[in-house]
Design a protein around this ligand. Sequence first.
Ligand code: SF4
Length: 724
Amino acid sequence: MTETRSTCPYCGVGCGVIIESDGSQITGVRGDPDHPANFGRLCTKGSTLHLTASAPVTMATRLLQPMQRLARGTAAQPMAWDAAVALAAARIADTVRTHGPDSVGIYLSGQMLTEDYYVFNKLGKGLLGTNNVDTNSRLCMSSAVAGYKRTLGADAPPCSYEDLAHADTVFITGSNAAWAHPILFRRLEDAKRAKPDQRWIVVDVRRTETADCADLFLQIQPGTDVALVHGMLHVMLWEGLTDARYIAAHTSGFEALRDAVRAWTPKEAARVCGIREEDLIQAARWFAQNDRAGGATLSLYCQGLNQSSAGTDKNAALINLHLATGQIGKAGAGPFSLTGQPNAMGGREVGGLANLLSAHRDLANPAHRAEVAALWGVADVPATPGKSAVEMFQAAADGAIKALWIVCTNPAQSLPDQAMVRRALERCEFVIVQEAFSTTATAAYADLLLPASTWGEKTGSVTNSERRISLVRPAVPAPGESRADWQIGVDIARRIEALLPERLNGQSTLFPYADAESVWLEHRESTRGRDLDITGLSWPMLDAAGPQQWPLPEGQAQGKARLYEDGIFPTADGRAQFSAMTYRAVAEPRDARYPFALTTGRLRDQWHGMSRTGTLGRLFGHIAEPVVELHPTDIARRGFKDGELVEVRSRRGSIVLAVQASTTVAPTQASIPMHWGEEVLGGVDAQGEPRLGINGLTIPAFCPSSKQPELKHSAVRIEPAALP
Ligand code: SF4
């Protein structure tokens, strides 16, 4: 038996694992006691990784060789790798030649390793000359990126997990960490045990398991986060709880914010949020540490803030509170966004979003484009803005994007407005799906399927929520003919180079990589002098000393646990910038025809579209099937019986599932888990329209700044299901 140190492939906590294998199969997994994210602990998903990795039921779903589908709706046929690479390159190059670079879209995933992300970003923006490179991380954390940049000047979470133990008040908003980030939540419980007077304020539209542990729970109306935070700042100003010294020394723009919150009296904010005024006032006092001189406040937040048509405003409004109270840059304090996916952070670092470039550079900045062009040796990086996730599929549905290359993600389940997404996939002239699993809904639309290796089989690196870089190591050979994602990208890119040599700018290749580490070394060089500088880091150092946080510039022995301790921010004047936003309600308010507010969320034991977790029976022991939760008063008012099948319908589609009475949701609200697609929630409605899973209902409206869609709120109606 051999043991291999690696990292869990599920959530952004980024726990270290030790994989046991017999050389051909993964036989066991346990937590790595030396990994600073988890110190040996694993949650139910992580501790069952070995049961989902090599199990026959999982292997039966693996894509093991390249496959070509000669006509849509027919079975895909096996083909040789060389022919598949040639076909992919020829079709991409032909599309660029015929319709221009922006007729191609590349859609990536927060499951990919940093090296994978780097190659595909360079392939799109460097070789093809299109910025249509985006990722499913757009759906999970792009509002956090935009919020940090707008206020603090850089996309850098300033805190560490060790801050959980130092905090006096923990403000958890839009996050059910107990289920979505279980090991982080265990650490938080430890902190409270060790420090019984630590206070937890939880803000959520649902009374979650996290909310059940709160000292103060604010069950707000959907989308009202900015109203809540503005109301809290109003209270702080009225009661003299802001930190005037910090505001004067380290920030700018406070006057405009003070004007913006003037009308948000606690009474008005509480009315809009649907909570008690005294609870809002209490939250403001605890956040500002009114009774604890020198106390520290830490905010933890996730999709409840991010997946919103006002996502950037929500993030920035919360950061306003930290700046106004000086709760940043010290132990136990700061706005700490939690990443959903295992390498959403790594994707941000290499610029794997349509509006970003390598090492936190901005596509809109001409100097940044020139720096990246010089680094890559290309003549230029185009200035034309790339299309974000929803925009990319809308463009494909409209016929503007002709070829899509989808890597390690399942947009035919996870993007909002599935009817639009399916139109896009059907209309697109050439769809490449690069995947480990052959059974995803998106794979059914592929003209070319490319088999990718996955967790336990790959080499590379990931970055977790606290900016900590960990290595990912292979324990077993990749099955069949599957290859690493970065390698597939390089193989096809080199073939494209022969067809589009004008982008090479005289070089023999833009992709001279022998292995994943050589990709990482180029990424490392791109960070020199940037806020995330890792020029002092190496893979041998990660091997010897374990995972490290960035920044870690040359000459330093270790990374930084906490940012902005000196009160200097990476802005033009070194000051953090308050953001004076106006509260905006949800994009699609409830009305008489669609009277329920639908929210979607994660279950404790499932991951995304369940390609991996869905193959293990024991992970259904917690919750076996999807239901729509309604408050008991709504169940009674509608005359439903618990367990009865109902039709949930939005303006975009419908699904049928059982209704369940639950006091976790407020009256007029409904909640459905995000994990099930059309394989369970499919079929056709009475008009013959297809039912396309939970995201057949959700709305494609997105935040104008972050382009993150509002997956947390759609208006729906719920009626007894008319079954044949
Ligand atoms: Fe994996 Fe997240 Fe669970 Fe840790 S908390 S074991 S990273 S799923």
